[in-house]
Write a protein that binds this ligand. Structure first.
Ligand code: F6P
Length: 745
């Protein structure tokens, strides 16, 4: 201890002294770097503005010049701009331009492009650049950068540097003292063993091992660690829950995040004395659940389960997932009448067929609209009740809640609202069928960002707004300005989590196959097709069955050798359209089975029941081909789930050209579900495809789904939101400055 103090104290003092002496040097060096940086930035800005500015000045258009200046000022550090003509007369300047500078700011030091001056506003970096129209010099552009950040940074640097040296001092002293202690003890032990007539290295070596082994294994471990960290860094292009959390902490400064959707991620149902937990068959839930696990926050949704009230607290709250609580679910209660009008009626009999254009007539009733309005208000109120801050990030989901963004904007003007539309957006003609089209569009334009799966849907939306509202549309930047609110319309293709959910606990592909063949009572050599959907008329289930029928007609060798297992989760069954559809699906399956069935063989196994995601994963892994034939689908996550499940790089995906997924997975066999022969041919190709071709296609699709996973989907929306928040803060600063200048004037 005595020895340690004798080492540590003087060494720490010496290093602190060294740091104290080094600080001014580092300060000077850093200042030089920042100034060089600002010189380059000024040069860049001046070059960028040159053409546009000279043109506007020549036209004498004050508005244009001001617009160019204000746009340039979006750069956070650029503080002010001015233009003086050749006679040294100030012609244009931004409101932030210090009047004391005039057209002749203090001269630069010899050979320097800039001057640094201190005014009431703080240190400023000033650069003058000649402005040319063709070959003629028409005046001087003065660029002023705010340098107050340099003072702040250098104070921070000073603090860190001194801290670093102190810590370094302590560490170096401790290491030195420890080594000295060890050497001393080793030397003493060595001397003792020598005195006992043993080898000097023995105290350090394990019995039976060479004395150098511990060092070698430590070195290997270190190299492994380095290698791992390097690999981690190389793979950082792949989004993960950690990266998403980092975006929240670093870019959004840990701001509050809320999700609002109709469907809840966990439904509690009463089954006699028991309460069962259901994870609904919903693309929205599949995508958002892992995101919420990663970033915590609150998810507000309709509590639709028969035991939902008894499993939540008095305010409808509970922590989920039940086995590993990581975020809060806040349930919103709806009466049977509200649910009928808002969910069954307006959302699913009106908007759903309107947006999908799957040849089912949309039905719009005033009474349903009233309920839709009322329930949307309830969700917006729930957001207001749940928030802890006045500028949260709120992710509003889907067509059930089109009015919610504007309602939240009215309650929380500073919120960043991202609305994601999970289903297609139709063309303007089709959308004009809706009697409340203007109200819906106005509601959605309360968002800061409006997301669709594809560019095509974004364009349809922008065209629809152009047709129905008096809005200003900037097509190049994909923004819509309506009622003083700016909304960015962007495509964010949704996806699934990667690594896939069951990666660590799933059965091998061969065991999955054996299990599925056993459950379905199928022979070992049977080829299995799989379809997984909600029982919905947009999913092309009838068309899929007709394609199987056609395959068996044209290639009778597959009779008895091919079976399509169709999992169809019951959905919206209280609606006539869905009830009738289910009847038609059952009847068609029965007809095809009657035609081709024999001795226990049925080509179509229709399973109208809910399957948990683990069980669905086993069917995916057991299948030779997965068939997705949606007539229209925003994305379709079944296609991506199938690809993610096939770590054996086998199995073929047959995919409808009318899904968003078809744009991302060109290695699938892309089909037109309205063309039955085309689908039957694709099925035949899938069932006879060579192993190598399957591998090449599946490998490429897996790479895509891995890279464009759900964390990237959420991350890019949140990053865009963070950038917009940043820009808003800068604009607020400029406005405040202009206002102050106005008051002074
Ligand atoms: O993915 C589209 C979608 O409409 C989601 O909005 C919805 O959660 C899902 O399909 C299932 O529908 P529902 O919530 O009506 O059961």
């Amino acid at each position: 201890m005595h020895l340690s103090l004798r080492f540590i104290v003087p060494l720490t003092v010496a290093l602190a002294l060294l740091a104290y002496l080094l600080v001014p040097l580092v300060d000077k060096l850093a200042l030089r770097w920042w100034i060089n940086d600002l010189d380059t930035r000024s040069e860049l800005v001046a070059n960028t503005l040159q053409g546009q500015l000279a043109g506007a000045i020549e036209q004498g258009s004050t508005t244009k010049v001001e617009q160019i200046f204000m746009r340039a000022l979006q750069d956070e550090r650029l503080y002010a701009l001015a233009f003086c003509d050749e006679r040294g007369k100030m012609r244009y300047s931004t409101p932030t331009y210090p009047s004391t500078l005039g057209c002749r700011p203090p001269a630069s030091a010899e050979g320097e492009a800039h001057s640094v001056i201190r005014l009431r506003q703080g240190p400023l970096h000033v650069v003058q650049r000649p402005l040319f129209e063709g070959a003629d010099r028409i005046g001087t552009l003065i660029l002023v950068h705010d340098m107050s950040f340099v003072d702040r940074r250098s104070a921070d640097t000073r603090l860190y540097l001194i801290g670093l040296f102190v810590v370094l001092g302590v560490v170096v002293s401790l290491v030195t003292v420890s080594i000295a202690h060890l050497s001393w003890r080793g030397w003493v032990a060595g001397v003792r063993s020598l005195l006992r007539g043993e080898g000097i290295l023995q105290p350090f070596s394990r019995p039976g091992s060479s004395p150098v082994h511990p060092l070698a294994s430590e070195l290997r471990a270190l190299l492994r660690e380095l290698d791992q960290s390097r690999r981690g860094r190389d793979q950082s292009a792949i989004w993960s829950p950690e990266m998403l959390r980092n975006v929240l902490h670093e870019q959004l400064l840990g701001d509050e995040v809320l999700v609002v959707s109709n469907r809840e991620p966990f439904i509690h149902n009463r089954d006699g004395d028991e309460i069962t937990l259901l994870r609904p068959a919903s693309g929205l839930v599949t995508a958002l659940e892992p995101v919420m696990r990663a970033c915590s926050g609150t998810w507000i949704a309709h509590g639709s389960g028969s035991a939902d009230r008894e499993t939540a607290d008095a305010r409808g709250r509970l922590r989920v997932p039940p086995d590993n609580p990581s975020y809060t679910l806040r349930r919103v209660w709806l009466s049977a009448e509200e649910e009928r009008g808002y969910y069954n009626g307006f959302a699913n009999e009106g908007l759903w067929p309107l947006c999908h254009i799957a040849h089912v007539r949309p039905v719009f009733r005033s009474a349903d609209w009233e309920q839709y309005l009322r329930v949307n208000r309830r969700f917006a109120d729930a957001v207001r009740d749940e928030v802890r801050t006045d500028d949260p990030v709120v992710l509003v989901q889907d067509y059930h809640l089109a009015l919610v963004p504007r309602m939240i904007r009215e309650r929380l003007p500073k919120a960043t609202i991202i609305m994601f539309w999970h289903i297609p957006w139709p063309n303007p003609e089709s959308f004009s069928i809706c009697p409340w089209r203007e109200e819906l569009l106005e509601g959605m334009l309360g968002s800061t960002i409006l997301g669709f799966h594809t560019r095509f849907h974004c364009q349809n939306f922008v065209e629809t707004v152009d047709r129905h509202l008096e809005a200003r549309i900037e097509r190049e930047s994909s923004t819509i300005s309506y009622g003083g609110q700016l909304t960015r319309v962007e495509s964010y293709p949704i996806s699934i989590q990667w690594p896939p959910e069951w990666i660590d606990s799933q059965l091998s592909v061969s065991l999955c196959r054996a299990k599925v063949l056993r459950i379905e009572k199928l022979a070992d050599d049977v080829l299995v097709g799989i379809g997984v959907d909600r029982m919905d008329y947009t999913k092309g289930i009838l068309e899929r069955f007709l394609a199987v029928e056609r395959l068996l007609e044209v290639h009778p060798e597959f009779i008895g050798r091919f079976v399509l297992v169709q999992i169809a989760a019951p959905s919206r069954s209280s609606l006539d359209e869905y009830h009738n559809f289910e009847m038609r699906v059952r009847a068609l399956a029965a007809r095809i089975n009657a035609t081709f069935g024999r001795d226990g063989y049925e080509p179509i196994r229709l399973k109208v029941e809910h399957h948990g995601s683990q069980s669905v994963n086993e069917y995916y892994r057991a299948a030779d081909v997965c068939i997705v034939t949606s007539l229209h689908d925003g994305m379709n996550l079944v296609a991506k789930e199938f690809v993610a499940s096939r770590d054996d790089e086998q199995g073929v995906l047959v995919l409808s050209q009318f899904t968003g997924a078809a744009r991302e997975l060109p290695d699938a066999l892309i089909v037109n579900p309205y063309h039955i022969e085309n689908c039957a041919d694709a099925l035949y190709k899938a069932l006879t495809m060579p192993t190598d071709e399957k591998r090449v296609r599946m490998r490429s699709m897996r790479r895509l789904v891995q890279e464009f996973n759900v964390y990237r989907w959420a991350g890019s929306m949140l990053l865009d939101a963070a950038r917009l928040r940043q820009r808003q803060r800068v604009s607020a600063r400029i406005f405040a400055h202009q206002r102050d200048a106005g008051i002074e004037a």
